[in-house]
Design a protein around this ligand. Sequence first.
Ligand SMILES: [Zn+2]
Length: 318
Amino acid sequence: MKNRVGVLVSAGLVRIEEHESPKPREGEVLIKVKAAGICSGDIYAFKGLPVWFTLPAPFGHEPVGDVVEVGPNVTGFKPGDKVIAIGSPAYADYLVAKASSVAKIPSNIPYEYAIGEPLAAIVNVIRVTQPRLGDYVAVVGSGYMGLLLTQALRGMGFSELAVFDIIDDRLKLAKEFGATATVNPTVDDVDKVTKELTNGNGFNVVFEVSGNPNGVDLATRIIGRRGRLSIVSYHSLPVQVNFRIWDAKGIDLVMAVPARSGEEYATIDLRIAAKLLERGVFNQEKLITHEWRLDQLQEALEYASKKPKEYIKGVIIP
Ligand SMILES: [Zn+2]
């Protein structure tokens, strides 16, 4: 079977190569890709910013598809199973993934709304941050990841679940997904609103999901004494923080990122994500705003790099 693979040759340049489709070896599963999420990490790499892989590289790591073949000693999967996986390269017709990083999903969820790797990341974020019942929780940034996080935090029994962003349409979605309050720092008085929402104490738990140094500053400002600051975003460039305020508030810092959890995120968290997708905790219908074909990968990344306001998350449909 022929297999087209998207390769990021250098900053700003994608090439589609043609290879024979790979064979699953021991413990591996061959997946026919039906949709692959465009990750902001891929966009950073396309823009020439430092990421976790070096160029040239076949890329994309958020595949959804159907199992076509299983390698020796693989149990639990058979051809035809609809699955999410964490594996690369996802911008391709076929990919081979470790069976341990693959999870079955129900057949009624459309492929493009089932993107699973970001959901596993969100599961990981909450399980390592461990917010408690009754906490005053803030989410800084309501892009794709911030909104998914809001969906997952909904119903966990917090005193407040406040979402901060500078785009009002995103805040509207956050409200729909369970935010108890939304704050736009370009319009609202952040200190006053924070005081009102938290009885003057500041937030116990702040998730920084903005991917922007301004978001880190905002998180530093709204967090309360002994608060837990959970860094969810991938920051490609060095960020300057005000240690004097962190010091004064005596905060706890959690790097709630996949690198911290390693294997657990690709295995346990992915399976939890699949279950929560089935339960309707995650719903990506309003989050997937753009779709492109594999041969439009160059165009897709050029568009997404510009961060248009109406763009939340794009997928590649081979
Ligand atoms: Zn990703």
